[in-house]
Design a protein. Sequence first.
Length: 267
Amino acid sequence: MISQIRIGALISGTGTNLQAILDACDSGRINGQICFVGSDNPNAAGLKRARLKNIPVFFIDYKAFSDSVGKDPDSIELPPDLDLDSVLEKQHLISNHQEPKWLRRFFISRTLAEAALLEKMAAYPFDLLILAGFMRTLSPYFIDRVNTDPKMPRIMNIHPSLLPAFPGTDGYGDTYRYGCKVGGCTVHFVDYGEDSGPIIGQKTFPIEETDTLETVRKKGLQLEWDLFTTCVNLFAEKRLEIVREFSETDQPEHPKVRILPEPLCPV
Ligand code: GRF
C-alpha cells in the first residue's frame, strides 16, 4: 500500500481545477491530500474553496515586490541564497535579447516574491506542488529549491492548449483565433522555460464551425479536470518516470515522461 501524498497548490483564480483535485482526494481517486493553497491574488475564488475544507491558505503580494524593485532596484536586499547570474543563465522564460537592466529587475522582483513564497510553503511539507491556474511563471531560483531530486521533478502545471503549441497565458484564445480544428489541454512538469517541461498527459476536443471562444474554453476546462486528476494520481502511485534519451547526434533530447504499469518504487 503506497502512503498518501501531500499536495501543495498554487492558484490565481476560480480554482475549478483545484476543486477537481480536492474532490478526487476526498473520493479516493487520488491517494493524497491538499496540504496548503497559496495565491498571488487575495480575492481568488479558489481560496474560498480551500477555506471551506479547512486547508491553510496564504497570499503572496507579487505586485508589491515588483513595485518596490521598480522604484529603487539598487536599495533592494536580495534573498541571501540568490545567485542572480546563475538564474539569468538558466532561465528560458524571457529572451536574452531583452534589455539587461529590465531582465535583472524582473528576476530580482520575481525571486523576492518566490523567496517569500518558499518561506510560507516551508510550514507545510509536500511531495507534489500543483499549479492549478497559477498565472506567474517560476524562476530557476524557485524550481531548484523545490526539485531536490534530480531524477523526479515535482512541480506539475495544467496548461490550456495542446503543447508545444500556444504556450503562454491564453492557450484557448490562441488556439481559437488561429483557426485550429482541434483544441486540447496538457499537464506537464515545470522546467526553466515557459510551458516547455516534460509532458505527462494531454486531452483533445474538436473545434466545430459553431464553436465560439467561450464554448472552446468550456470544452477545454471540462477535460482539464479529468486530465489533471489522472496525472496527479499517476504521480501519487509513483508511476511516472523521466526518460532522457540521446539523439543520433548524441545531443540530449527533450526529456520525456514514461508512464509505468507498476509503481517505480513500491513503498
Ligand atoms: C485553466 O484553464 C488552466 O489551464 C489555466 O488557467 C485556468 C484555471 O482555471 N492555467 P481554474 O482556476 O482552475 O478554474
